[in-house]
Design a protein around this ligand. Structure first.
Ligand code: 1GP
Length: 237
C-alpha cells in the first residue's frame, strides 16, 4: 500500500475524504465494530486515534480497531504520551496558532528517537486552533489562545507560514465538540493561499455542515463527537 500521505494527496480533487476520530477514552460510547463497518462503506479514508486526555492502552486499542478495518490508522496525539507503534502513521502536530513552546517543538524533541525507531510514517502537520464560541479542551490543555474566528487574515498568514516551514498539511481545528465549527469563509481564504492538503475539524455534526466545509475547500473533514452520538451520520454522507 502507498503511504498514508501519498494516498491522501492522490485522492484530492478525486473525491471527498473523511477522517473518523476515535478517542480511546470514549470507546465504551461506540459500538466499534459497527462504526468501523459504516466507515468502511463511507468516504472515510483514515481513522485518527487520540484525545485530550488518554489513559487507556493505545497499543491494544489500535489492535482492536485493526480487527475491524483495513483503513489506515493514524495517531492524532493530544500529548507526547499518546504513541503506539501499531499505528500506520502519526500526524506530528505543531500547534502553530499558539505560542506555547512545548506544543511547537518541546514534545517533539521528547519523542523524536522513539518515532524514528518505530518506523511509522510521520506527517508533519501545522495545527491551527480557531475560536469556536467557548473554551475547548484543546485550548485549555495546550494553554494557547485560538485565533479569533473573525481574523481570517491571521489564520491565512499562520497557515502560509506553516507551509513555508515545510509542514505537509494544515489542520484547522475548532476543537472537539465545538459550539461553532470553523467558519466557511475562513476555510476558503486559507485554502486559496496554500497548496498543501487542508484538514478541517471540530463541531461538525450534520451533513450540511460537513458539505459546507468541503465546499469551502477542506481536503479532509474530521468527525469525532458527531459520530459518537450518531454513527449513522456516516451512511448519510
Ligand atoms: C477534534 O477536530 C476533531 O480534534 C473532531 O472534532 O469531535 O467535534 O468532531 P469533533
Amino acid at each position: 500500500m502507498k503511504g498514508v500521505y501519498q494516498h491522501i494527496c492522490s485522492l484530492i480533487g478525486v473525491r471527498k475524504q473523511l477522517a473518523l476520530l476515535l478517542d480511546p477514552e470514549k470507546q465504551s460510547m461506540v459500538d466499534l465494530k459497527h462504526v468501523l463497518w459504516l466507515a468502511e462503506n463511507s468516504p472515510v479514508t483514515m481513522i485518527l486515534v487520540g484525545g485530550s486526555l488518554v489513559n487507556s492502552d493505545m497499543d491494544s486499542f489500535i489492535e482492536h480497531v485493526k480487527q475491524y478495518t483495513k483503513l489506515p490508522v493514524v495517531l492524532f496525539p493530544g500529548s507526547a504520551q499518546q504513541f503506539s507503534p501499531n499505528a500506520d502513521g502519526i500526524l506530528l502536530l505543531s500547534l502553530i496558532s499558539g505560542r506555547n513552546p512545548e506544543f511547537l517543538i518541546g514534545n517533539h524533541v521528547q519523542v523524536a528517537y522513539k518515532l524514528k525507531q518505530s518506523g511509522i510514517e510521520i506527517i508533519p502537520t501545522g495545527y491551527i486552533l480557531v475560536e469556536s464560541g467557548g473554551t475547548t479542551s484543546v485550548q485549555y490543555m495546550s494553554n494557547t489562545m485560538p485565533i479569533p474566528s473573525g481574523k481570517s487574515d491571521i489564520a491565512v498568514a499562520t497557515a502560509l507560514a506553516g507551509e513555508q516551514l515545510g509542514l505537509k498539511m494544515i489542520y484547522l481545528e475548532a476543537g472537539s465538540g465545538a459550539v461553532n465549527p470553523v467558519p466557511a469563509d475562513l476555510i476558503k481564504q486559507v485554502k486559496s493561499e496554500i497548496s498543501i492538503p487542508l484538514i478541517v475539524g471540530g463541531g461538525l455534526r450534520s451533513s450540511s455542515q460537513i458539505n459546507a466545509a468541503f465546499e469551502a475547500g477542506a481536503s479532509i473533514v474530521v468527525l469525532g463527537n458527531g459520530i459518537e452520538k450518531n454513527p449513522e451520520l456516516l451512511s448519510q454522507i
